[in-house]
Write a protein that binds this ligand. Structure first.
Ligand code: SF4
Ligand code: SF4
Length: 320
């Protein structure tokens, strides 16, 4: 394997769907020109059907001895009718961690949630981008999305009583919603059943590139907001925050004193010709030459390349 460092957290990512029932303004899977085509469509399409099929899954998903974790991604994975079968097969092949990334809208059907867990799913990441309908539906550009995803999250929370699985919620931070982070956290934390709440910076490709000027918020402003929110939540002493709230990927120089809250960004993997390799992506994170003396250099995930090109490096300072 060239240039691939496998850690216990490494995952094979499997694109299962070339379509989605949301239309997020920051979607990095939609093409940058008109935002209609899903880039995953080019991977998934067979005979005009934009979904991964069993032959492709057997080719690209089969377990290798190096990696124990698999993640089903999209477009939107739950639209693929073969998903339950893929999960069962993953379990049979010996994957220990079987994860689904979803916008959560179809999880409003509790029976479907039960089928997913009975099939062997043991980690689920639900994307929710606001504390209310107005913000989430505006960002997903899908009327009714908030209510459905919220119902899906409540269903999964209720199933924690019976099943053992990790439940994570992902919130993508943009100019439109980053001031809502506190309300969002105050809505999710009381469940006391959500294992992690990940506050993500967008990957500036696809729609996120197309709508960059409407969406982008500086890393500095986001970091300040998150630090202030954490301070206010700490005063209440109501919830466990450390290990639950993660901000990612945000450079550690902006989170000094709050390093525990910075999540490590995952390097997604794929299997090609029976070899594990890094999944190619349009957006990538980089560091600057001024970063070289920084004590966090090797731990820091850097910043998005398009952001660096458009906004520059003025807000980052090497920490000695
Ligand atoms: S839910 Fe995910 S795949 Fe669907 S439009 Fe939004 S970001 Fe893209
Ligand atoms: S100075 Fe550079 S390497 Fe150091 S934390 Fe900031 S962005 Fe990362």
């Amino acid at each position: 394997m060239d240039n691939v460092i496998i850690s216990p957290d490494s995952r094979i990512h499997i694109k299962t769907s070339g379509c989605c029932n949301n239309n997020c303004i920051f979607c990095c899977d939609r093409d940058c020109i008109n935002g209609q085509n899903m880039l995953s469509k080019y991977y998934c399409s067979v005979n005009g059907e934009p979904f991964l099929n069993l032959d492709m899954f057997k080719r690209d998903g089969r377990k290798t001895k190096e990696v124990d974790s698999i993640s089903f991604t999209g477009g939107e994975s739950t639209l693929n009718k073969g998903l339950l079968y893929f999960i069962r097969l993953s379990k049979k092949w010996g994957y220990k961690d079987i994860c689904l990334q979803t916008n959560g809208r179809l999880l409003r059907y509790k029976n479907f949630c039960i089928e997913l867990l009975d099939s062997g799913l043991n980690e689920i990441n639900i994307s929710l981008h606001g504390s209310n309908k107005k913000i989430h539906d505006a960002l997903t550009r899908s009327s009714g999305a908030f209510e459905q995803t919220w119902q899906g999250l409540c269903n999964m929370v209720s199933l924690k009583e019976k099943y053992r699985f990790r439940l994570n919620v992902n919130f993508t931070m943009t100019k439109i919603n980053y001031r809502d982070i506190e309300n969002f956290l105050r809505k999710i934390l009381p469940f006391n059943k959500v294992d992690s709440i990940v506050l993500n910076m967008p990957m500036y490709s696809g729609n996120a590139e197309r709508f960059f000027s409407q969406l982008f918020v500086t890393y500095l402003d986001v970091a300040k907001e998150v630090r202030n929110v954490i301070d206010r939540l700490k005063v209440d002493k109501l919830f466990r925050l450390s290990g639950v709230i993660q901000i990612s990927p945000v450079p550690l120089c902006l989170m000094v004193g709050y390093e525990n809250y910075v999540g490590e960004s995952e390097i997604p993997l794929q299997v090609k010709n029976k070899r594990v390799e890094i999944l190619p992506r349009e957006s990538r994170n980089i560091k600057n030459k001024s970063c070289k003396p920084c004590k966090y250099y090797y731990k820091c995930s850097g910043i998005d390349n398009l952001y660096a090109e458009k906004v520059g490096w003025g807000e980052f300072r090497a920490i000695k």
